[in-house]
Ligand binder design. Sequence first.
Ligand code: GNR
Ligand code: NI
Length: 172
Amino acid sequence: MSILNILKHPDNRLHIVAKSVTHVGEVTQQLIKDMAETMYSASGIGLAATQVDVHERVIVIDISNTRDDLLVLINPELQLKEGSILSEEGCLSVPGVYDQVERSDRIMVKALNAEGDEFNLEATGLLAVCIQHEIDHLDGKVFVEYLSRLKQERIIKKLRKTQRGIYPRVSI
Ligand code: GNR
Ligand code: NI
């Protein structure tokens, strides 16, 4: 298992549209393990492969308080979305920035699990928000793109300042 480097906004690689997984095998399963370890170690509730510079449609989520309820979504497809919910979002690729985003409050999603089997899931509230946030990543979209241009410019300025001189540690 390994903790992967998380790309930080602004980074053009966060705008790459991820490709569908054609075969769920050992390589994808190892990616899922590494993504889960990375998400838990960063205390996030979700992580999309895009954020670790792998441009395949793979998502891991765990919104449980106990951090032991991993949800894996491969090639997720939104089948239905309804209602609206306004909630404060954050993102591991946009550290220290939190702001209100409007999303659908209830969704139905179809996806493959880590075994490659298809399943359908109905989600509401935080889980629905998180799934939409992660699917956006796979489509090359970061949540700050829903904010005003002024806010986006301020966020980029702040992140460029704090990221300056910070380079990922290479593990031995
Ligand atoms: O850890 C995360 N918290 C969060 C809070 C509100 C809405 C979405 C999220 S997802 C985020 C982890 C992340 O960046 N996933 O892409
Ligand atoms: Ni995110």
